[in-house]
Design a binder for this molecule. Structure first.
Ligand SMILES: [Mg+2]
Length: 360
């Protein structure tokens, strides 16, 4: 018997309504509709993984993620989690487009493996940092709500606020002015989620300049495949530009490096999987691009895994891992401890450090 072989696999939907709907340039989300995979090893360890599909971003929904994961079940049983890179490579060759399903599997494999090694995941990845500080995202809301939220977040200790833009240039500027009024000393980050044309994006940044607003980062100003458009924005502004939706794969990261269209890459596990995200981080670092980590709408399982990733590798200048659920809404317990706005990595818990609340 090989102790780290997979004995059993369970797949279940996670459905949790959000207290507040979350609106960005490409749509509104009212609930978490994710998928949880649990793998059980011969040695009794369990590894957990989450898929957070978001159709307009990664082309998957809960139904397709469930179907992809269920069809991997038979293949996974009998595999040895110690060979997680080999398993990830094989799954990518078959389920190239189902990246969130693959991410869930990779997460569960690496969680189970590091639990078997009795080592916290962030230490397995290098243990660069023991705490990381996140920003908080204010989505597309009215200026009054934005101002109130900004003041509340500042009071809670947040030093960096991110807001979603790209839907309506005039409203975007009004919201930014309101956020600055609510939290005058907070660092500001903007994310257009591909919502502007290159010239609109430049115009937007010029209008901000006129209003004396100097964001520290402008994420994904234009549609993801328009790297020349993104380069145009970068060449016409001093605000650092971040590539998010433009980078899912190592090939995408190399294109960003070669075109010089961005100053930073936003890594998300749900775009790349864990194994490929490690390679993307290495490319960004080697090319002297900044590193950011972000998330979809996730429970603290996937969020916790991203926290381990950023803390393990270190050197992330922007951390965008704000939780969307209150602790009593979470389907899981444990993981990195969160005390707004700082995550502290669990040195005494192996793997991601998460356990399931029973029943799910
Ligand atoms: Mg983004």
């Amino acid at each position: 018997m090989n102790a780290t072989k997979i004995k059993n696999v369970a797949i279940e939907a996670i459905n949790i309504p959000l207290d507040e709907p979350f609106t960005i340039a490409i749509g509104t989300k009212y609930a978490i509709e994710n998928v949880l995979i649990t793998i059980q090893l011969e040695n009794g360890m369990e590894g957990y993984g989450e898929a957070a599909p978001l159709e307009p971003i990664n082309g998957e929904n809960q139904a397709t993620a469930l179907a992809a994961l269920n069809s991997c079940r038979e293949f996974l049983i009998g595999q040895d989690v110690a060979n997680y890179r080999q398993i990830a490579r094989h799954l990518k060759s078959v389920f190239r487009a189902q990246v969130t399903a693959r991410t869930a599997i990779e997460m569960a494999l690496i969680d189970a493996f590091t639990k078997s090694l009795n080592i916290p995941l962030f230490q397995f990845w290098g243990g660069a940092e023991q705490t990381i500080e996140t920003d908080y995202t204010i989505d597309i809301v009215t200026p009054d709500v934005a101002k109130l939220n900004a003041a509340k977040l500042k009071q809670k200790g947040y030093r960096t606020l991110k807001t979603k833009v790209g839907k309506n240039l005039v409203h975007d500027i009004d919201r930014l002015l309101a956020i600055r009024e609510g939290a005058p000393d907070c660092r500001l980050m903007l994310d257009a989620n591909q919502g502007y044309s290159p010239s609109e994006a430049v115009h937007f940044l010029e209008e901000l300049e006129k209003n004396n607003i100097h964001p520290e980062l402008f994420e994904q100003p234009v549609i993801k495949h328009d790297l020349r458009g993104m380069k145009f924005v970068k060449d016409h502004s001093s605000v650092p530009i971040g590539a998010d939706e433009s980078v899912f794969t190592v090939a995408d990261a190399i294109n960003v490096v070669q075109t010089g269209c961005a100053d930073l890459i936003n890594i998300k596990l749900m775009k790349s999987g864990l194994v490929e995200a490690l390679d993307i981080a290495a490319i960004a670092r080697s090319a002297n691009l900044g590193l950011m980590i972000g998330c979809m709408i996730e429970t603290k399982l996937a969020l916790g895994c991203a926290v381990h990733f950023a803390a393990g590798l270190g050197g992330f200048s922007f951390i965008d891992l704000d939780p969307h659920l209150s602790p009593n809404q979470e389907p899981v317990i444990g993981g990195p401890a969160f005390n707004d706005p700082v995550y502290t990595l669990p040195v005494n818990l192996p793997g991601i450090g998460i356990s399931k609340k029973c029943p799910l």
